[in-house]
Design a protein around this ligand. Structure first.
Ligand SMILES: NC(=O)c1ccc[n+]([C@@H]2O[C@H](COP(=O)([O-])OP(=O)(O)OC[C@H]3O[C@@H](n4cnc5c(N)ncnc54)[C@H](OP(=O)(O)O)[C@@H]3O)[C@@H](O)[C@H]2O)c1
Length: 221
């Protein structure tokens, strides 16, 4: 068993999610940022790869006080859980995801350093071990389901997205295309790493002009 898993990502019209610097690039318009905040507020947990933590240092919390209030009224905690896929426990001890504003799980593998595991635990982080080298994503998803995560939002980056799709662990993907071109062979894309053995078929759910860009929603079939 696993949660319902959806990816939400912002890309340029040429499919880049950052530029060659790999640092956070503002792609979304204000309206889109509000949509993303609602998606977060409606999720039980938010997952990112360690590459995204190191590049962007996101806090992955719900920004709107009204949406946080609604969560509390609905019997939930203020913010969804945060999950970092991080084999070697490279999450910096001063990362924003360790700010205590929500529960954080670092999903590591047997490659993780014992001392760093203890340091993360001392900061209130739950460290779980799945897999020998890279994180065993199926095992992790099963665990997340057992602890009550039913709706999981994945916010990138491209390397994690590729693995999740290759392992058939994704139900839907939402892409906000900002009306920009980024270029650059080395710029991260929505799906990075090796190409799939066969192209992945998707079923279009919707396509709309949204704010200053385009919002596309597809189902994995
Ligand atoms: N535009 C957007 O919406 C958006 C959103 C998020 C990120 N980004 C951009 O994306 C870039 C970061 O993406 P990224 O591809 O470098 O990193 P990533 O996908 O965030 O993280 C990938 C890392 O996760 C770890 N990992 C552990 N087990 C894994 C598994 N089974 N499968 C895949 N990864 C696993 C690996 O590092 P270890 O081996 O060390 O564990 C891997 O290198 C940044 O430039 C960021 O700005 C853009």
């Amino acid at each position: 068993m696993r949660p319902f898993v959806f990816i939400n990502i912002a890309a340029s019209l040429d499919g880049k999610i950052s530029d060659e610097s790999k640092k956070q690039l503002r792609i979304s318009c204000k309206r889109d940022l509000e949509r993303v905040d609602r998606l977060r507020a409606d999720s039980d947990a938010i997952m990112v790869g360690i590459g995204t933590i190191l590049a962007d240092n996101p806090s992955l919390t719900v920004k709107s006080p009204e949406l946080r209030e609604l969560r509390i009224k609905g019997g939930k905690v203020e913010n969804p859980m945060r999950i970092v896929v991080d084999s070697k426990c490279r999450t910096p001890l001063n990362a924003k995801v360790l700010d205590g504003k929500a529960k954080t799980i670092v999903a590591a593998s047997e490659k993780a350093n014992e001392k760093k595991i203890e340091e993360l635990k001392a900061k209130g982080v739950e460290v779980v071990i799945f897999g020998e080298e890279k994180v065993d994503l199926k095992g992790l998803m099963n665990y997340l389901h057992t602890i009550g995560i039913r709706r999981l939002m994945v916010e990138g980056g491209g390397t994690l997205i590729r693995s999740l799709i290759a392992e058939k662990l994704v139900d839907e993907i939402y892409i906000y295309y900002g009306n920009i071109l980024v270029g650059g062979k080395a710029s991260p894309t929505i799906v990075d790493g090796k190409s799939f053995d066969e192209p992945i078929k998707l079923k279009l759910i919707s396509l709309e002009k949204f704010g200053e860009g385009i919002l596309l929603k597809s189902k994995l079939v």
